[in-house]
Design a protein around this ligand. Sequence first.
Ligand SMILES: Cc1cc2nc3c(=O)[nH]c(=O)nc-3n(C[C@H](O)[C@H](O)[C@H](O)COP(=O)(O)OP(=O)(O)OC[C@H]3O[C@@H](n4cnc5c(N)ncnc54)[C@H](O)[C@@H]3O)c2cc1C
Length: 376
Amino acid sequence: MEGAEQRADACDVVVVGAGIVGAAVAARLARQGLRVAVLEAQQVAGGATGRSAGLLLTGVPGHYHWAVRFFGREAARALWELSVEGRERLMEAAAHLGVRVERTGSLALAVTEEEAEALRASAELLREDGFDAGFSRTDPLQRGFLAALQRPDDGVVDAADLTRALLASAPVTVHTGTEVQGLEAEGADIRVWAYRRTVRCGAVVLAAGGYAPTLEPTLSRWVSPGHALLVAGQVEGDRSLDTPCYADYGYEYACSLPDGRLLMGAWRYPRRPSSAENSPDPDAALREGLSRFARRYFPEVEGHIIQRWTGMIGCTPDGVPVVGALPHLTGVYFALGLGGWGLCWAFVAAERVVEMMLEGAPAGLLDAQRREIERR
Ligand SMILES: Cc1cc2nc3c(=O)[nH]c(=O)nc-3n(C[C@H](O)[C@H](O)[C@H](O)COP(=O)(O)OP(=O)(O)OC[C@H]3O[C@@H](n4cnc5c(N)ncnc54)[C@H](O)[C@@H]3O)c2cc1C
């Protein structure tokens, strides 16, 4: 394979991708005494993780009310519990490693009457199911939103710093600038073909986010690439957001950074009707949607944008991450599809894929074979 003949290494497990999931997987495996190599095409946290706004939002986008309808009450509750567990593990790890993390709470804001009603119903269902949630029919930010759902336990984290700190916390070998180009069975082992390097190993974990189907096309059954866009504005005055907020079912969000900049973002689920999936410039629709949102609710940002960036996320049909094993290549596992609210899922997805690999444990709610994938 092109450029792959220079180096041949050996280890127990290769992790493809040094985002938050790959870092959590690698650190966990290395702490169990396995020899782990992380191969990363760009730099550590160079994908979605390092581009994220760092909001720790529990659950999946669409609000709890929608999740109860789609998954059923019990499964929705179990999913929320799992993402709460993921959030708590991540916050603990960040605090332990000295990474900036803060429990700010979050605000879900309604942009239509229909969404206001969905928020009211969600708050009620969340409380009935034992989660802390407040609801108000007015806008606490006084920006023209129609209702708000408060989650006091959510937070923010510096996701790039956490990824770097996780990798530094365990004896993991990290090769950056090393794009993996192919995987091949070699006896009981796997040969990983990468740019200027080949590695022979016993198992592989694909944690390549939205790029994964490019490496392994069969993964497109579960994961489609989606786009996210962030802009940072340097705004004057004292309208900073003490609590990060999201609106329009979670597809638009805003928060203040410690240095005073206001971050605003948008992302799209690839199969959503307003999706940019088929557009020749998928970011154009996002830019347009975000400008509309900013003009209406955060007009002080207009004319003060100082930075913009985009990133690729992996999305699943039902919005829940997938953990599984490739049927045609023994020893190759994946933890993917964290979507636009991925951070709260990273630690549980990492834990499930490691347990599947080491103990043959099922991935439970994150199982790639779940029926919801087919239904949507
Ligand atoms: C602009 C933006 C804002 C976001 N804001 C938030 C937010 O506020 N809160 C939230 O919860 N989520 C947010 N997200 C989503 C969140 O960032 C992701 O869900 C999460 O980071 C996914 O982590 P990951 O490790 O699966 O993927 P990634 O971080 O994308 O990591 C995958 C890595 O694999 C590497 N890679 C890919 N292919 C190969 C290959 N062939 N060989 C080697 N390496 C490869 C990539 O370079 C990348 O570094 C945001 C995403 C974006 C883009």
